[in-house]
Ligand binder design. Structure first.
Ligand SMILES: Nc1ncnc2c1ncn2[C@@H]1O[C@H](COP(=O)(O)OP(=O)(O)OP(=O)(O)O)[C@@H](O)[C@H]1O
Length: 741
């Protein structure tokens, strides 16, 4: 019994749902024993490539495969699963070859003509669209061929395109690396940048030689072909599937599981990379940052099973999702229940702080003293910070400028200045540099703030409570004092929302050393935190990593709408540099988002019921992949009730995971990190978004940060939609919506 490797193509447009299960059974048997009766693995008469084989999936369907045999292994590269006659027709045309320039494996569709007269199949023609005068790509077709390995016929068509929609449509018909290269070129990137980003090799040769080799590929051995699949960039198009479980999830799981096996070269670099200290990656929504964090965490755990590894993020819900994803990525993953134990410990950052405090027990007192000025051990309660700051203002705020008597100001001052500097005395507060704070404070102003802080702290002492930021600061101080971090590696997802105390805790969790801290973030999605500099908290990242730009989640149309929300905004990342949305791409296309207005919320609900009902009744659609996103909880509850009244059964999503069976309604904040195939953004009216930001009117800088957070929230919400995005409002539209275009 000879086991075989199955190499599977990412663009498996081949399988409809009725055949998936059969295809999986067939390939599973093939992987175990290619001589098993019933598989009928046979060479094909008149095949364009002698490696072509067909196999019997069922009475009607045949698999078209390419068999590679080396002294040590057998591999089958799947081309597709087709109706019987179509499989034989395809076999007469398709060859498995190696790209003469970049060495990537690829299929070529040769028309069966006499040797020497071979011509190459033209890509699917693009519908003619209105064109601008100038081509989008400034390089010649010959450049694209000799420098990148874009086949001559594809290159010729690409350089003639003058319109973004046409380029997008064309890119979609090509293998992922080719499509992406063209989109990036059209966006102004240089050939060298693309070679680097996609890790494309370049065998130097003249254009004539390249054209000849594309026309008539040189013979390659099975070993060379097999090796070509191991290149990082080959992983964009093909995956070697290891074992039945991986086979099953890729074939039956469809697009949603592609991330587990097909990595972008850049993603792979970040997964495999080793750095002397902290490293930070950035990238737009849906570009696969979480995927990198998951693969990297798994890789570190596999390489060093004794290492305690922390994987953390901003919310408990997201942490739970990370944990589920890690399990899906590798069911063998070793999880650690407690901090400090070997394996993967996955927790929200505030829950981590709580765990540190709990395990510290009475020993926490010195750390409390270092942060709050007085040692305490009764710290288990959590404060309602808003109410507590109001109380403190009532008790001690008489000296404070009227416009600064706001919880939003006081809490930000506390979290951005007082806690991170571990200030426990007025004298220290009077001296501290309040870097990055917009509001200017005189000496008297600082004294007045400090009086309120003291009142805040003393009430908390009496009540035995801590707020979340205090808890994280104290946990950090405790770990710092103990001198050793309980983790060897800490991986952070959604880092843009972390506050100073969170970064102090992250720093304290792992001692400085190789691969100690890895951070994924997108400053455009900052919806809770304020901008800050990581270096201020002892996290000096090693150079700025260039961001991921290819969005794997949303269609180009949805992405354009989402990015439109941020147009013209300056967004600063946690190294203090401007972060741009320029060059964000999606290789998928779909319908343009629709925006509809209604005279009343009731009419808007009627439409929502009709739309969600219609989406959910499509048999191909799993209802839980449909979501209605709203700005606040009150609207969420109204939508759930309103749709229920109209006969459409939906579920509100708060904590926990999405359960199968019903569409979900959730707030935009809750939607962070999630994705759905169809999304309705409901209630996007002028009054709903941005929400009233009076709480921030004490300072222009703070107000504009709060406004930017609202924009970012809408960007997060819109970028959750994989395929279809519908936006509705009643009355006047939100000013945050992008201009129609
Ligand atoms: N290399 C890949 N091939 C195919 N799909 C991928 C790849 N990388 C990521 N994806 C898919 O893209 C989607 C977005 O990935 P992920 O959640 O990691 O992005 P993100 O950058 O963390 O997004 P966000 O910041 O918006 O939360 C997921 O559906 C994921 O499965």
């Amino acid at each position: 019994m000879a086991e075989s490797v199955i190499i599977y193509p990412k663009q498996d447009k081949l399988l409809d749902s009725s055949i998936k299960q059969k295809a999986y059974s067939f390939l599973e048997k093939l992987a175990q024993d290619d001589s098993a009766p019933g598989l009928h693995i046979e060479p094909v008469n008149n095949a364009a490539d002698p490696r072509a084989r067909t196999g019997r999936v069922d009475q009607q369907y045949r698999a078209l495969l390419f068999k590679l045999t080396t002294p040590t292994s057998t591999a089958y590269v799947v081309h597709g699963i087709y109706n019987h006659d179509d499989a034989y027709e395809a076999a007469a045309k398709v060859q498995l070859t190696i790209n003469p320039i970049n060495g990537l494996p690829e299929y070529n569709e040769a028309t069966p003509v006499a040797a020497g007269e071979q011509t190459w199949a033209q890509p699917v023609p693009v519908e003619s669209l209105p064109s601008a005068p100038e081509p989008l790509i400034v390089f010649s077709a010959a450049d694209l061929t000799v420098s990148l390995g874009i086949p001559p016929a594809v290159a010729e068509q690409a350089v003639a395109l003058t319109n973004n929609d046409a380029m997008q449509a064309f890119a979609q018909t090509l293998p992922e690396w080719q499509g992406l290269a063209l989109l990036l070129l059209a966006d102004g990137e240089s050939i060298t940048q693309i070679q680097q980003e996609l890790e494309l090799m370049n065998r130097p040769m003249s254009h004539d030689e390249a054209a000849a080799r594309f026309n008539e590929p040189q013979p390659v051995s099975d070993q060379e072909l097999l090796d070509s699949f191991s290149q990082p960039s080959a992983q964009m198009g093909f995956a070697k599937l290891a074992g039945a479980e991986e086979l099953r999830r890729v074939i039956t799981g469809g697009d949603f599981s592609a991330w587990r096996v097909f990595l972008h070269p850049q993603q792979r670099k970040w997964v495999r990379g080793n750095w002397k200290g902290p490293y930070r990656i950035s990238g737009g929504a849906g570009t696969g940052k979480t995927v990198v964090v998951l693969h990297r965490a798994r890789r570190l755990a596999v390489e060093d099973p004794d290492a305690p590894i922390v994987v953390t993020t901003f919310t408990t819900n997201l942490a739970a999702e990370l944990s589920r994803s890690l399990e899906r990525l590798d069911p063998e993953s070793q999880f650690a229940d407690a901090l400090g134990e070997p394996g993967l410990h996955v927790k929200g950052i505030d829950a981590l702080a709580r765990a540190v405090l709990q395990s510290a027990g009475a020993g926490v007192s010195p750390a409390v003293a270092s942060v709050l000025g007085v040692g305490r051990t009764d710290i288990s309660g959590r404060a309602d910070t808003d109410a507590a700051w109001r109380q403190a203002v009532l008790r001690a705020g008489e000296g404070l400028d009227q416009k600064l008597r706001k919880p939003a100001f006081l809490q930000a001052e506390y979290e951005m200045v007082i806690l991170p500097h571990r200030i426990t005395q007025l004298a220290e507060y009077l001296k501290v540099a309040r870097t990055g704070r917009g509001v200017r404070l005189s000496r008297a102003g600082r004294k007045a703030v400090w009086a309120v802080v003291e009142a805040y702290r003393s009430s908390a002492r009496e009540a035995g409570t801590l707020d979340f930021a205090e808890a994280a600061s104290i946990a950090a101080a405790h770990l710092e004092a103990s001198g050793e971090g309980p983790a060897r590696h800490v991986l952070v997802d959604e880092g843009q929302d972390f506050k100073p105390c969170h970064w102090q805790l992250v720093r304290a969790l792992a001692a400085e050393g190789p691969n100690d801290i890895f951070i994924a973030e997108d400053a455009h999605q900052r919806i809770y935190g304020q901008k800050l500099m990581l270096s201020a908290y002892g996290i000096r990242t090693q150079g700025r990593s260039r961001g991921l730009k290819l969005n794997y989640r949303t269609t180009a149309q949805n992405l354009a709408w989402a990015v439109g929300v941020l147009t013209g905004q300056e967004v600063i990342d946690s190294d203090g540099e401007a972060e741009s949305t320029a060059g964000y791409h999606s290789a998928r296309t779909g319908p343009k988002p629709t925006v509809r207005s209604f005279p009343s919320m009731s009419a808007e609900l009627d439409h929502a019921a009709e739309l969600v009902g219609a989406w959910a009744s499509d048999e191909e659609v799993q209802p839980e992949t449909i979501a209605v996103l709203v700005r606040d909880r009150a609207t969420r509850d109204r939508v759930v009730a309103g749709l229920g009244d109209r006969g459409v059964d939906v579920r509100a999503l708060e904590s926990g995971s999405v359960k199968p069976g019903q569409p979900v309604v959730l707030t935009m904040h809750r939607a962070k990190g999630t994705e759905f195939t169809r999304v309705l953004l409901f209630g996007l009216s002028k009054d709903a978004m941005p929400i009233g930001l009076k709480a921030y009117d004490f300072d222009e800088g703070e107000l504009s940060e709060a406004q930017l957070r609202e924009r970012s929230l809408l960007y997060v919400a819109a970028s959750r939609a994989r395929d279809e995005l519908v936006v509705t409002y009643s009355g006047d539209p939100s000013s945050l919506m992008p201009a129609a275009g």
